[in-house]
Design a binder for this molecule. Sequence first.
Ligand SMILES: Cc1cc2nc3c(=O)[nH]c(=O)nc-3n(C[C@H](O)[C@H](O)[C@H](O)COP(=O)(O)O)c2cc1C
Length: 192
Amino acid sequence: MKKFIVCITGASGAIYGVRLVEELSKKHFVYLIVSNNGYVVLDREMGIKKEDFVKKLNKNIKLFQPYDIAASIASGSRVIETEGVIIAPCSLGTLSAVANGLSQNLIHRVADVALKERKKLFLLIREMPLSLVHIENMKKVTMAGGIVSVASPGFYHKPKTVEDIVNFVVGKILDSFGVEHSLYKRWRSDED
Ligand SMILES: Cc1cc2nc3c(=O)[nH]c(=O)nc-3n(C[C@H](O)[C@H](O)[C@H](O)COP(=O)(O)O)c2cc1C
C-alpha cells in the first residue's frame, strides 16, 4: 500500500480532489488536508458540508487540519515515506505560497517539504486566463522540481458526462504517479 499526501484548496474544481481521494484510497493510504477555503468551495460546488465530508472519509484516509503546522506530515522524514504531494485543485494563492516558500499553513508546508526532499509535487491549477504573475509562479515551482498543470481535459476519449471529464483529469494525475486505474481510455492511434 503506497502513501500519498493530497491537498484540496479553494480553487474551483473541488470535484477533482474528491474524485482523486476516492480513487487513491481504494488501494492506497491518503493523508488529506483541506484548506478552509477548500471547504467553502466544496460546499458551494458540491453541496458537501465540512461535517458530512469528514464523516464519510474511509479508513484509508487520515485528515489533517490546515492550521496544524505541528502535524507529523509537516516533517521531511514523514513526507519522504510517501509517493509525494498532490494539490488538486490548487488555487493561485496556494501556488504563490508554494512558489515563494511561504509555509503559512500545512498545505504550503508539505509542498515545501516535498520540493526540498526532492519528492514528487503535483499542482492542479484551475484558472483562466492567467497573468504573468501566475505564469512566473508556475515557472518557479517547475524549476524547483514540481509538476504544474492547469486542469485541461482532453476530448478524444469522447466524454459524455461531467464525471467522464473529471475522470480524465484525475486519471492523468494518477498516470504521473504510476498508479494503475481505468478512469479513461488511453489514446490509441490507427497504427497501434
Ligand atoms: C466558489 C469559489 C470559486 C473559486 N475559484 C477559484 C479558482 O478557480 N481558482 C483560484 O485560484 N481561486 C479561486 N477561488 C478563490 C480562492 O478560494 C481564494 O483565493 C482563496 O484565498 C484560496 O485559499 P487556499 O489556497 O488557502 O484554499 C474561488 C473562490 C470561491 C468562493
